[in-house]
Design a protein around this ligand. Structure first.
Ligand code: ATP
Ligand code: MG
Length: 279
């Protein structure tokens, strides 16, 4: 049965979300394996028995109503939650088969394997060049001026910003437009060569034109990076993601390839969320 026909009140056309050609998943290895994860902010039980896999060089989208735990799970991957007093998780997360809490694993080295892009573009209040160069220099990835300049150019080219800013590298990153700032933040996130980009609603503060540019960039990023993106925009999830995970009240409702989840969701709560009946 056509999933869309079963949704008389659909505010969006599920078939339109995936396009006529549909999508075909390549066989990739999982790079992150989430196993029975529970998460607590003190007494607040934010994730409940979550298990899923994130696959290398795919875009995985996390969707679900506000407060369902999407950002929390991103914070688990790179152990960023450890900076929050009283926050802890149980269960296991394996990165390339290795427990991220393995005591032999150096937390700063673990964090370097992830890039983080926040909801609101948040460049450092420094020059455009320094925004990109700071992290790699801190981590000892670049030292000399020539190496640093080369890295800055490479990262800014990678996000399509070089031609727009090459004559203004000494200007403050905060003077750029919102969309340019977000691309600068992506350049900053990839500058120390992470493997996995964690993007928490990266386009929610951008206008449609800037959103389209950043979306094209994310699509292109998949050649080199694994991407996990949180989004409230279902069209965006459908455009970008190969795999989609739906959360509700701290639980993973279902995870599937994007076409299946958007056209034939297994769970009613997913259908209701996708069609705007809930959330
Ligand atoms: N620092 C914190 N301290 C205490 N509780 C928190 C903290 N951060 C999040 N929470 C709670 O944990 C739950 C999950 O929050 P989370 O931010 O992961 O949701 P989300 O799915 O990302 O929501 P949104 O779509 O609104 O960003 C919510 O109930 C939230 O109030
Ligand atoms: Mg969030």
């Amino acid at each position: 049965m056509n999933a869309h026909a079963a949704l008389p009140n659909a505010q969006i056309t599920l078939r339109n979300l995936v396009g006529p050609e549909g999508r075909h998943l390549a066989a990739h290895a999982p790079c992150l394996s989430v196993q029975d994860v529970d998460f607590y902010y003190g007494p607040k039980h934010a994730l409940k028995k979550v298990s899923l896999e994130i696959f290398t060089r795919e875009v995985t989208a996390f969707i679900g109503p506000s407060g369902c735990g999407k950002t929390t799970l991103l914070r688990c991957f790179n152990r960023a939650y450890e900076a929050i007093p009283g926050a802890y998780m149980t269960g296991r997360i394996l990165l390339d088969g290795r427990d991220i809490h393995d005591p032999d694993l150096d937390p700063p080295l673990l964090r370097r394997r992830f890039g983080w892009v926040a909801q609101k573009p948040n460049p450092f209040p420094w020059s455009i060049a320094e925004n990109v160069a700071y992290g790699p220099r801190l981590h000892g990835i670049v030292a000399g001026r020539a190496d640093t300049a080369e890295l800055v150019e490479r990262c800014l080219r990678r996000v399509g910003l070089w031609d727009e800013v090459k004559d203004d590298l000494g200007q403050p990153g905060t003077d750029l437009s919102g969309g340019q700032q977000q691309r600068l933040c992506i350049a900053r996130a990839i500058a120390y060569n992470p493997e996995i980009l964690l993007m928490d609603e990266p386009c929610s503060a951008l206008d449609p034109v800037a959103t389209a540019i950043v979306e094209a960039l994310i699509e292109d990023m998949r050649r080199d990076f694994t991407v996990v993106i949180v989004t409230h925009n279902m069209q965006q999830a459908a455009r970008l993601a190969q795999r989609v995970a739906m959360f509700h009240l701290g639980r993973l409702v279902e995870v599937d390839d994007a076409e299946t989840l958007f056209t034939r969701p297994r769970e009613h709560i997913t259908e209701d969320f996708l069609t705007g009946l809930y959330g």
